[in-house]
Design a protein around this ligand. Structure first.
Ligand code: NAD
Length: 283
């Protein structure tokens, strides 16, 4: 099916980024949030992101203005009445997302697809709240959305081939590279990435090397653009910890046990860049 109008529910870090790339790709965007201030902030963020692209001559000024003109914002879910797809990018809570998904399904045309940008909640579980689970899929973007090229497309148990195909096509139209994965905790990237970050905390806690040496080792020895501890600070130590706790609970495997040092940093409020201090200090 052709996707021309997309609803984005949640105007935060991820929702505003998705709205930006969708509008630049020529789609009409209805961005919904419960909070007017979040909508204002989301528009301000994506507007300055577009300005930076214009300043770097990666986007013409006319394209910027056209993209902004394609985005409507509202707190009213009835604005989703004519969309072909809704991407849910609201706060990460299973209970809240299920309520939002039912609200979305009641507001959209019968043929429209619903995608969730959840990073940790089971797509199959979320799908079960809908009356037509075959039109539901995971669409996991990475932060910052305008810069990160990957989208994980997650097939829940009930997702149809037609839904997978339409989302794959749209992902490429958005200028992103898709990988198609089956529903499982952490999908692919976080399943591999977060245990690696956890291992870096164990190495640090055992005094094998300093944080700087661990990060230098992984940058120069494994060709990573950023070391695992610096990356943990960027992602948020609390986010890393909650992902590990989900893995430990869902897989029931002790290999996902969070490093006590990581847990202690989080308890101390050392959450990474966002709190001014994590593994490193950000004065
Ligand atoms: P955020 O807190 O920046 O934004 C969430 C927005 O959802 C807020 O503006 C909030 O007002 C809105 N919201 C809450 N309840 C709502 C409702 N009932 N209806 C409409 N809007 C509502 O969060 P974020 O970082 O943008 O994350 C959004 C989703 O994307 C989460 O599921 C998260 O796990 C996922 N995700 C985040 C990242 C990341 O690095 N931040 C990366 C990949 C995926």
């Amino acid at each position: 099916m052709a996707i021309e109008t997309v609803g984005i529910v949640g105007a935060g870090i991820m929702g505003s980024g998705i709205a930006q790339i969708a509008a630049v790709a020529g789609l009409n965007v209805e961005m919904i949030d419960i909070d007017d201030e979040a909508l204002r902030k989301g528009m301000a963020t994506l507007t300055s992101s577009l300005e930076r692209l214009v300043a770097k001559e990666k986007l013409g000024p006319a394209m910027r203005s056209e993209a902004l003109a394609r985005i409507e914002t509202s707190t009213d879910y009835h604005r989703l009445a004519n969309v072909d797809l809704v991407i849910e990018a609201a706060t990460e809570s299973a209970k809240l997302k299920m309520q939002i998904l039912r609200q979305i399904e009641a507001s959209i045309p019968a043929k429209a697809i619903i995608a969730s940008n959840t990073s940790s909640i089971s797509i199959t579980t979320l799908a079960a709240t809908l009356s037509d689970a075959s039109r539901f899929v995971g669409m996991h973007f990475f932060n910052p959305v305008p810069l990160m090229p990957l989208v994980e497309i997650i097939r829940g148990l009930q997702t149809s081939d037609a839904t997978m195909g339409a989302i794959r096509e749209l992902t490429m139209r958005l200028g992103k590279s898709p990988i198609c994965v089956r529903n499982a905790p952490g999908f692919v990237v976080n399943r591999i990435l977060v245990p690696m970050i956890n291992e870096a905390f164990f190495v640090l806690a055992e005094g094998v090397a300093t944080a700087e040496e661990i990060d230098t080792g992984m940058c120069l020895g494994a060709n990573h653009p950023i070391g695992p501890l610096a990356l943990a600070d960027l992602v948020g130590l609390d986010v890393c910890l909650s992902v590990l706790d989900v893995f430990a609970a869902d897989f029931g495997d002790s290999k996902y046990r969070a490093c006590p040092l990581l847990r202690e940093f989080v308890a101390a409020g050392r959450l990474g860049r966002k709190s001014g201090r994590g593994v490193y200090c950000y004065a």
